[in-house]
Write a protein that binds this ligand. Structure first.
Ligand code: ADP
Ligand code: ZN
Length: 849
């Protein structure tokens, strides 16, 4: 059996890999002549290549290589070394891009599991695990040949070819992209190919592989005792003023970075060389640490050393016990909002570090607040590396390299930080584990929480899932004893969770004027907090001003021409915008269909709430936080800092304001409409509503003064709202689970969504039905497996593509994978015409729209 086959064999499909830990390492020391390479793209195969002899013993799995694929060179990652040749004669690896593996053996295994489980190519999952900034770019360059230079002058060609030849004769070499940009006509690539075939143009491929930055900097220090140097300075004073200046500075500063010296003294290089030769100064390389400007805003850091309460101590003790055992241990830490979960994480991290282990700390993107960063940095300093999308490219590469070189021992970030290249990971924290942002919606469609669990399993690590509102999946795993369950039932500062008042918007007397958003009770509550000098938070999960624009006369509604959604009116720039594509347009003054002039604005977004608040409370200091709030990459941080300093009275926002923040002076939380999430056509609508209400309510009354929550809704009887009102997670869980069981939705079953889309609505419908026909025989055979659909998706058209979908349900993940696999292998054989239909698989889907 070949190694690749053996490797495959040791994986049980869709289950867990059970490779012995150092399997890949042993192979690495054997003499190998061939490598299996996963090209970093959606090409589904792992291909075998031959190794040039000089690389024997050098290459290891996890290194990036360039390999020929068809006529191109592509980047790939070595996944397996083999000593037996494949059946066909393989091509040679073209180049080696790494001298150290970019992926550790553990991550090679992890990405393999992901490829199997999420039905993606191994290359795609590896790509997801590498920072985008490190991925190679290949550029194709065109140059004129000697004959080409001749031809530019005379021989007759097509207009396009002539233009290309002329352009190329003016430049030494141009990339195909540059040519396309300059000529802006169709067929540039093809024309270049023809010219190349005629020998007039030469096309070469260049690959740029970003190198990791050096994480050391050059510094200088005194090579002699300071007293001696002082004496030397006196003798040098007049003869060499430059040298004196340098020595004075180093005497004062101690170790001094070369860059700093250069800034202070002219001609530093010469001067310093002279001092080195005299043996007064010497150079030392030094780790330069993180270049991130840490958010050490005082306002975020008023935390005295706390004594853990009994529930916290108990949870921490058990986690530390698991850490001691060096074994895989999944933990669900269920603590109400403000119960001190973060404090437990911090101490568990300290314990893991003390054992020489490293830590991954995952947070939802929008919970990665300056507050949390300041807290974790205050505790662990330069041991922390941050990975997230708001860093610049350079900062990102820098932080990733600090992790890769094991200079940092804690990696914190959103979902992709689960791939942090740390070795000896002993603890993984997944904060707000229920958060939908852990799901990646593009291929590979993975759920970082589950990948974290698999990574912990591979590393024999402890994984702590924390939440005030655990996902049904995780809670049911805890109930079935697959996860250890720990609870923090009480808040640390105040005794009680805030009382929740539900305002029934169906009742006339609650409502204010026509088209007004804030009910009487909510207005009064805000006014009362203003008087007290306390802060209020108003939450609405919809941005923009009005959510649809309609003609009063004929009922016409403004829709996106590319997507089947209504356009949202944004008052800041007075534009109608599509929230799914980039489309925007001026709002019509007259109706485009009936020419009527009564065009009206309906529905409420955060901008409308802001307007009303400013009108009702002209003296209040108001801020809005949503994706439209502009002001550069520090905008959110600025708002949160002002909030922390007490410079904002009323903050309005989308779900961005629901998570992670801990501001003791917020005493009122108003939910402008609980019905936004409740109305989603998705089986998780109730769960999302319960989660979001509980989370946002949890922002109130975290300090000494107790808080209050007001929820406005047209559906006050709904169980999600009722249970949120009483902070009753268990009640909600029990009720929701009965629906999930009855209707057959996760966690009662395992689910995969198959999505089909195409520009041609008929093509997608036909393909979809043909595919289901292929799948049906297996569905009947496999007991307990059902399919729903095919049917048009709720968002029936997005970006000009028509969308259909199909849900496959099965009692276990294994069954689910079997059915999907059979479906695909028959699809391959059946050769149904594709007609431009794209097909995507989403295992454990989160978004069903
Ligand atoms: P959670 O993550 O559960 O919402 P946090 O860990 O953010 O809660 O804790 C909320 C606040 O309470 C923080 O400011 C934290 O410093 C503080 N805190 C945590 N544990 C204690 C404790 N045992 N005693 C006093 N204050 C605490
Ligand atoms: Zn659109």
């Amino acid at each position: 059996m070949g190694l690749a086959a053996l490797l495959r064999y040791t994986y049980n499909k869709g289950g867990q890999p059970f490779l012995p830990g150092n399997f890949l390492k042993q192979v690495g020391s054997m003499a190998t002549h061939f490598v299996d390479v996963a090209p970093l793209g959606p090409i589904p195969d792992v291909l075998t290549y031959a190794l040039p002899p000089e690389w024997l013993g050098v290459v290891r799995p996890g290194m990036r290589v360039l390999v020929p694929l068809g006529k191109r060179l592509v980047t790939g990652c070595i996944v397996v070394l083999r000593d037996t040749p494949p059946v066909d004669t393989p091509k040679f690896v073209a180049d080696l891009l790494d001298d150290q593996p970019s992926l550790s053996p553990e991550l090679v295994e992890l990405t393999h599991w992901m490829a199997d489980y999420y039905v993606a190519s191994w290359g795609e999952t590896i790509r997801a695990a590498l920072p985008r900034a490190l991925q190679t770019e290949s550029v194709q360059n065109a140059t004129l040949t000697a004959e080409g230079r001749q031809a530019a002058a005379d021989s007759p060609r097509t207009a396009l070819e002539s233009r290309l030849l002329t352009l190329l004769s003016q430049h030494r070499s141009l990339s195909l992209k540059q040519l396309q940009r300059r000529i802006a006509a169709r067929g540039v690539r093809h024309a270049i190919q023809r010219l190349a075939a005629a020998g007039l143009v030469e096309v070469s491929q260049k690959v740029s592989a970003p190198k990791l930055p050096a994480l050391t900097e050059l510094t200088f220090e005194l090579a002699l005792p300071p007293a001696e140097v002082k004496a030397i300075v006196q003798t040098l004073e007049r003869r060499a003023p430059q040298q004196t200046a340098v020595l004075r500075y180093v005497l004062q500063a101690g170790q001094c970075p070369a860059a700093e010296l250069r800034r202070r003294v002219p001609h530093t290089n010469q001067v310093v060389r002279a001092l080195e030769q005299k043996g007064i100064l010497r150079r030392v390389p030094r780790e330069r640490g993180s270049t991130l400007a840490w958010h050490t805003e005082e306002a975020f850091l008023d935390e005295p050393a706390v004594t853990l309460n009994p529930a916290q101590s108990q949870a921490l003790e058990r986690i530390c016990q698991f850490l001691q055992e060096d074994q895989f241990a999944p933990v669900l830490l269920h603590g109400v909002t403000g119960s001190g979960k973060t404090e437990v994480y911090m101490r568990a991290i300290a314990t893991a570090l003390a054992q020489g282990k490293r830590v991954i700390y995952l947070v939802p993107e929008i919970a990665l607040t300056p507050q949390l960063l300041a807290r974790i940095h205050a505790r662990f300093g330069q041991a922390v590396a941050v990975l997230h999308s708001r860093l610049t490219r350079g900062e990102r590469i820098d932080e990733w390299s600090r992790i890769h070189k094991q200079q940092a021992s804690i990696a914190i970030g959103p979902r992709s930080a689960v791939f942090a290249p740390l070795e000896r990971v002993g603890l993984i924290i997944v904060d707000e584990e229920h958060d939908p942002s852990y799901k990646q919606e593009d291929a590979p469609r993975y759920l970082a929480r589950d990948v974290a669990i698999m990574r912990a399993k591979l590393a024999n690590a402890v994984v702590v899932l924390g939440s005030a509102t655990p996902s049904l999946e995780s809670f049911s795993n805890a109930q079935q004893k697959r996860y250890h369950y720990m609870q923090l039932p009480d808040r640390v500062r105040t005794q009680d969770l805030p009382p929740v008042v539900i305002v029934d918007l169906r009742r006339e007397d609650n409502r204010a004027g026509v088209g007004e958003v804030l009910s009487h009770p909510l207005r009064q509550a805000i006014a009362a907090r203003m008087v007290q000098g306390e802060q209020s938070l108003l939450f609405l999960n919809r941005r923009g001003y009005a959510t649809f624009v309609q003609c009063h006369d004929c009922g016409f509604i403004c829709q996106c021409p590319r997507c089947s959604v209504t356009l949202t009116f944004h008052i800041d720039d007075r534009l109608l915008k599509c929230h799914y594509c980039q489309y925007s347009s001026q709002p019509p003054e007259t109706c485009p269909t009936c020419r009527g002039t009564r065009v009206e604005y309906f529905g409420t977004g955060t901008q409308k709430v802001e307007r009303e608040v400013r009108r009702l409370f002209p003296r209040a200091r108001v801020a809005r936080m949503d994706r439209d709030a502009t002001g550069g990459r520090h905008a959110y941080q600025d708002i949160l800092q002002r909030l922390a300093r007490g410079e904002i009275d009323i903050l309005i926002g989308t779900q961005m304001i629901t998570k992670g923040h801990d501001f003791p002076r917020i005493t009122l939380v108003g939910v402008v409409s609980a019905d936004v999430t409740l109305g989603l056509p998705d089986f998780r609508a109730a769960e999302r509503t319960f989660q979001v209400l509980t989370q946002v309510a949890g922002r109130a009354g975290r300090g000494a003064v107790s808080g209050q929550v007001i929820i406005q809704t047209y559906a006050p009887q709904h169980y999600a709202i009722q249970h949120a009102q009483t902070h009753d997670f268990l009640g909600f869980y029990a009720e929701e689970m009965t629906y999930r069981r009855r209707l057959g939705y996760p966690p009662a079953v395992r689910l995969a969504a198959l999505r089909f889309d195409a520009r041609d609505p008929q093509a997608v419908e036909q393909f979809c039905h043909a595919f289901v026909a292929l799948l049906r025989p297996y569905i009947r055979q496999a007991e307990g497996v059902t399919i729903l659909g095919p049917a048009p998706a709720v968002l029936a058209k997005l970006k000009d593509r028509y969308r259909w979908h199909l849900l496959v349900k099965a009692p276990t993940a294994r069954r689910l994978h079997e059915v999907i696999e059979q479906g695909f292998s028959t699809l391959k054989q059946a050769a149904i015409p594709r007609n431009g239909v794209r097909l995507a698989i989403d295992v454990d889907p989160v978004n069903l729209l």
